[in-house]
Design a protein around this ligand. Sequence first.
Ligand code: ADP
Ligand code: MG
Length: 680
Amino acid sequence: MLNQPVSILKGVGKVRQTSLHNIGIDTIGDLLNYYPRAYEDRTKFYNLSDFPEDTPVCIRATVGTSVRTALIHKGTTISKCKIFDEYGTIELTFFNRRFLEKQLFVGKEYVFFGKITTFNGKYQMSNPEFELVGRGKISGKILPIYPLTEGITRNFLADSMARALANTGEIIDDMPESIVKQYGLTPLDIALKNIHFPSSHQRLRDAINRLCFNELITYSSALAQFKSSIRSQSAPKMKVISLNPFLENLPYELTGAQKRAVNDIFEDMYSGYSMNRLVQGDVGSGKTVVAAAAAYLSALNGYQSAVIAPTEILALQHYKNFTNMFNGMDVRIALLVGSTSKKEKESIKSALANGEIDLLIGTHALLEDNVVFKNPALFVVDEQHRFGVAQRTKLSKKGQGCHTLVMSATPIPRTLTLIIYGELDVSIIDELPPGRQKIDTFFVNTGYDKRLYGFIKKLIAEGSQAYVVCPLALESEESDLASAEEYASFLQNNIFPDLSVAMLHGKLKAKEKQAIMERFKNKEIDILVSTTVVEVGVDVPNATLMIVRNAERFGLSQLHQLRGRVGRGSEKSYCILVSDTSNHETKERLNIMTKTSDGFKIAQEDLRLRGPGDFFGMAQHGLPKYNSIVNQADMRTVECAKEISEKIISSDPELKKPENQWLYKKVYHLRSKLGDSKLN
Ligand code: ADP
Ligand code: MG
C-alpha cells in the first residue's frame, strides 16, 4: 500500500498528482512522510481577560450584538458584532462574509478561533473561524500545518492524509523490535497517525521523537561511517614552548575564551595524538589569532603548517594578518592561491618540499597533489563549512598523520552539533574582543530608501564606508530582485554621483576581486555593492554600515554573517535589512535579527524556522533537507540515535551483518539521494 501512487486516493487527479510530485510526493508512503511543519493548538481555550495577542487562540464566548454589515468601498463589506464571556467583551470583524447574520445568533455560545489584535485601542478578532460549542470540528484539537505549494491547500492535504491513514492497513516497521523496546520508542504506525493528527500533546511529542529517531539514526550512521574513515591516529608530538614572544607581538590581549581555545589546542598538539578540533566562534570573535598561535607552536617545533581559506580574498587577508603577527619572528610564510603565477607556484612548491616554508596560506589550490610538504604537522581550515565533501576528503588525505584545526563562524545549535561534529572536539569562543559595540539592526521596506540614502551619505561624510549586499549578481529575469550590477550603477549615477561606488560579484576573476577589496580597504571606495562574496571573513574595520537588499532571500545565519562584516572597528555600526516582503513568517524571521546579536540564538531560531537541512548543508556532508519537524526532537532522542548508530558502525562499519540490513538500506538510500554512494 505504501508504494502505491497517490492517485489511488479520492480527490487526487492528474493536476493534484503533479502538484504533489513537485513537493516530492509520489506514493502513499511519501505522503505519510510529509510531516506538518507546525501545529495549531486548538485544545487550549482562553477567556476574554487573559489571552495572548497576535497569535491564533480559541475563545468560547456568546454573541452579544446582532451582526451589522456595511459596504466600506466598492466590493468590500465589513461585518461586525460583539461577543462576551464572564471576563470581558471584544468585537469581531469579518470582511466580505455574506449571510453571517444567518450563522451567528445573539445569545448563542460559540467557539471562535482567530488572532486577537488591538485596533484603535480596542481588542478585536478579525475573520475568525467559529462553530457552536460542543461541535469539536475546528476546536479542541491539535491541527497540522503543512508546508504548502501551488495547487495544494491545507484542507486537501489534511483530508488526503486522513484517507491514506485509513486505507494503509498495517504499516511495517523495519527497525528491530529490540531497539524500539530498548529506547522506549513509539511504534511506527502510531507515530505516523499522531504526527498528522495528534490525539494529545504527549502523543505528538512521542511521535516526533520516534520519527526523528528514524531520520537521525540514518544521518548519524552515514556520518559515523564518514568520520571513521577520516580519523587518524598519531601525529607529531610538540615540545612545550613559551607563547609569550607571540603574545607580546600582538597589539591586544587575548580574551579569556581565546586563551581557553589556545590551551585546548596546545594540549592536543602536545599529546602525540592527532588533534581533530573545531573552533566555533561568532564572526569577529577572533579565531584567526588562535589559529596563528597553533601555527606558531608548529613552526617553533620545526614543523610546517598550512592555513586553508575558502576564497582568495580571505587567503590574502590571512596572509597579511599572519605576516603582521609573525613580524620579526623566525617564521617563513608563503601564499599560494589559484591566481598565483605559474613561476611563483613552482618556486613555492619547491621551497615547501625543501622545508624552506614554515607556514603556507592559501585556498584549496594547496590541496593539489603536487603540493608536497616536507614535514607537515598542522592543517587549519578556515570557514570550514564552505568546503565541499571532495575538498574535505582531499584535505584529510593531505592531513593524514597531522593535527587538524577547523574553524567555523557558523554557530550550530547544540542538538545538531552532536551529529554534525560528533567526532570533533569543540572549543567555543563565546566572548567578543572588548570594546565592540552592538550593531544596531533595522528592518525596513523600500519605502525608506530615500532616508536610507541620506543615512549613507551622512555616515560616509563622517569618514565611514558601507556595504550593500544584493542577492543576485547579474540581471535576472526575476525583475523584482535588485540585481547587484544594476543597483550599483543606479547608486553611482542617480544617487551618489560624488561618491565612489564599486561592484563585487562572484563572476569576477580573483585578481579583480582582490583589487576591489584592496581599494575598499584603502578607502578609495565608499560604497561596495556586492553579492554574498563579502560574506566570508572579510575584515574592513572602517566599514560601519551593512545594507542587505531583498533580505528575505537570506537565511538568518547568513544575515548574521553579513552583519558581522561591520562592527569591527571602534565606531558605532549599523545593519539595515531591506525587504518588501508581506509574508508574516519572513517578517518574523527578519525581526529576530533586530532583536539579538547572539549567533547561537540566531542559529536556534533559524533551525526552528527553516529546519536543520541548511545546517547539515553547511557541514557540507551534502545531506539533503529534511522535514523541519526533526528540529523538535529532544536531546535524548538525538543522543540515543547517535549512541546506537555509533555502536552499530563500530562493530559493523560496512553494515554487512544481516541484523543491520534495515539500517544499511536506509543509509544506502540516503547516500544514493546524495548522488554519492561512497561518502568516503
Ligand atoms: P573571526 O573570528 O571572525 O575570524 P577575526 O579573527 O577576523 O575574527 O578577528 C576580528 C578582529 O578582531 C580582527 O581585526 C582582530 O585583529 C581583532 N581581534 C582578535 N582578537 C582580539 C582581541 N583579543 N582583542 C582585540 N581585538 C582582537
Ligand atoms: Mg575568520
